[in-house]
Design a protein. Structure first.
Length: 271
């Protein structure tokens, strides 16, 4: 009888233990927030901020007789930034600069009369928007300076335009100099001031078509000469290159030549 009572008591205790409330199970921490469809979310890098529009000033109608601001859309600037960032060496960067000058002059053609400009001087005489070598070298230098001010040039620096003289004709072209590779500037860096060499080039120019429109800044009102310009130094031409958009129609890639070759008359045969 005692053994039977002991068995009954054990059964009652076991039943009470199983009937007692249990503590709730600890929830499993989710490692990733589920997206609709059952797939975990993927962390993505934030998209780069869009570029802010920039401007450069273009010259036309010979001797920078007319100047006008050209607005460069942020999307175009972003394209230029990507092109230059992908250039692996100096030669590739010069090729990008040739395309960039053509693209930005085409943008200028959508905002100003320079869309009518043709390579050389004779195919667009008397046309509104025509550009001579002073217009081109000044405008191209401003374009290159704008790009340089953003910190996107790793293999070159922009110099003042060069001048060459053959017989009695003079010609000007924008110039870049190859330098040791450098890191691009931070995207938030403030662009530097853009110098302007137009007055210097006009002082050096003996181009008849320009002199018909503009009095040289190096002459006084009575025509007496006040100062003289100096051509590019041949000794420094080895690592310098001319970026010359005067040779081509508006919107086409500029011609890039070693400065030494350009000084000897190199470039397409246009007039």
């Amino acid at each position: 009888m005692r053994r039977l009572l002991a068995v009954v008591m054990l059964c009652l205790l076991a039943s009470a233990a199983f009937a007692a409330p249990r503590a709730p199970a600890r929830p499993v921490v989710a490692l990733a927030k589920a997206q609709p469809g059952g797939h975990p979310a993927t962390t993505r890098a934030p998209a780069p901020e869009p570029m802010v529009d920039d401007t450069f000033r273009i010259c036309f109608n010979y001797g920078c007789m007319t100047e006008q601001d050209v607005s460069v859309p942020g999307g175009t600037l972003d394209t230029l930034r990507q092109w230059l960032a992908s250039a692996p060496d100096a030669a590739a960067e010069r090729a990008v600069l040739a395309q960039a000058v053509g693209m930005l002059l085409a943008e200028a053609g959508r905002q100003t009369p320079v869309a009518a400009d043709r390579g050389g001087n004779f195919l667009d005489q008397e046309v509104e928007g025509r550009m001579d070598c002073i217009d081109h070298s000044t405008s191209t230098t401003r374009i290159l300076r704008m790009i340089e001010a953003h910190g996107w040039l790793r293999f070159h620096q922009v110099l003042e335009p060069a001048r060459r003289t053959r017989l009695i004709m003079q010609h000007f072209g924008a110039v870049v100099e190859e330098v040791a590779p450098r890191r691009p500037a931070p995207e938030h860096a403030r662009p530097a001031a853009v110098p302007d060499y137009m007055a210097v080039m006009l002082a050096q120019c003996d181009c008849a078509e320009v002199m018909n429109d503009v009095r040289r800044p190096d002459t006084s009102a009575d025509g007496t000469q006040e100062s003289a310009g100096r051509p590019a130094d041949d000794a420094d031409a080895g690592n310098r290159y001319v970026v010359d958009s005067w040779f081509v129609d508006n919107g086409e890639a500029a011609i890039v030549l070693p400065l030494a070759e350009w000084l000897e008359g190199g470039g397409p045969n246009v007039q």
